[in-house]
Design a protein around this ligand. Structure first.
Ligand SMILES: [Cu+2]
Length: 166
């Protein structure tokens, strides 16, 4: 069981490397029936201790999976956060049980909504840089991805392979 997860993770890494090889931002990762599109983040001001991580996760399988978190050398902790607005006050809270992704569903972690919280940045995130992270799913296992850092404050990823000449 553990070995098969390792093999799957290795295969996913190779796939991801092949994708990165074709274009700086051809940016998609796959692990079993889970597809991860565009992990990205925003540049942070000097001294900032937190940042946001954004991505789309699609479950192409026939069973629900659960995104339970991850880790990155760029931060002390990666937490899944949910944004809510109560009485006009925006708050975030940690999603401790993870996010269920139903078969065929895509979960969009984006600014202003559910997101990954990068807690305890080891240094500022700079536009144009990338950082590695491992994302963990209950069924699919662990997948290594790279987050691309976009400009400070952008609402959506500027980089995209969609619409690029191929
Ligand atoms: Cu948050």
């Amino acid at each position: 069981m553990r070995l098969s997860i390792l093999i799957a993770a290795a295969a996913a890494t190779v796939l991801a490397c092949a994708a990165i090889g074709t274009s700086a931002y051809a940016h998609e990762f796959k692990l079993g029936s889970v597809e991860i599109d565009h992990p990205w983040s925003r540049a942070t001001p000097p001294g900032a201790k937190v940042g946001g991580g954004y991505l789309k996760i699609t479950n192409k399988g026939t069973e629900p999976d659960r995104f339970i978190g991850g880790a990155s050398p760029a931060v002390a902790k990666l937490e899944i956060h949910e944004s809510t607005t109560t009485d006009g006050v925006a708050r975030m809270r940690q999603v401790k049980d993870g996010l269920v992704i139903e078969p065929g569903a895509t979960v969009d972690l984006a600014p202003g909504g559910t997101h990954l919280m990068l807690v305890g940045l080891t240094g500022p995130l700079k536009k144009g840089e990338k950082f590695k992270a491992t994302l963990v799913f209950e069924r699919a296992g662990s997948v290594d991805v790279e987050f691309a850092v976009d400009a400070m404050g952008v609402a959506a990823p500027v980089h995209s392979e969609h619409g690029a000449a191929e």
